[in-house]
Design a protein around this ligand. Structure first.
Ligand SMILES: [Fe+2]
Ligand SMILES: [Fe+2]
Length: 154
């Protein structure tokens, strides 16, 4: 069910390296859903678009809960809030992205004005966001995690 607030979701309990692979494969899933969504809006299959958005909403809520509750603390603990600024800035995009998912979901159930524009904006935001995580934040969090588990000083 789509809600208008970001209700808390319980973080998944996984070994950290497994969590990072799950999050990375979810990025691929998110990108695939965006492609499907684009197809549905282009063919004006709004029922399918709404179903995709509902899946995306659920997937994204769990995904960001894990990033914020499990990835971010490792970086903040190791480098402080200032040192973890890059991750904080990227993760701050979660809420606007989530609100846009909901907006596109709302538009998908209404006449089509504005849907294509917002869907394109959502796609662009999500692709940039997932790339920033995969290029910078996940590798950094993983190496920090491994350094910490070896007891190395950072
Ligand atoms: Fe994220
Ligand atoms: Fe992510």
């Amino acid at each position: 069910m789509t809600s208008t607030s970001m209700a808390p979701v319980r973080p998944r309990r996984l070994a950290f390296a497994d969590l990072i692979s799950v999050l990375t494969s979810e990025h691929a899933e998110i990108r695939w859903k965006l492609t499907e969504l684009k197809g549905s809006t282009e063919t004006k299959d709004f029922t399918h678009a709404a179903a995709i958005l509902k899946d995306l909403d659920q997937l994204f809520r769990q995904h960001i809960a894990d990033e914020e509750a499990q990835v971010l603390p490792i970086l903040i603990e190791a480098y402080g809030v200032k040192g973890a600024e890059q991750a904080i800035v990227v993760f701050r995009q979660h809420r606007p992205i989530y609100l846009l998912i909901q907006e596109v979901g709302r538009l998908a159930s209404l006449p089509p004005e504005g849907l294509a524009t917002n869907e394109t904006k959502l796609g662009a935001l999500l692709i940039k966001h997932t790339q920033a995580e995969e290029t910078h934040i996940f590798p950094n969090a993983l190496s920090t995690y491994y350094a910490k588990s070896r007891g190395a000083s950072l």
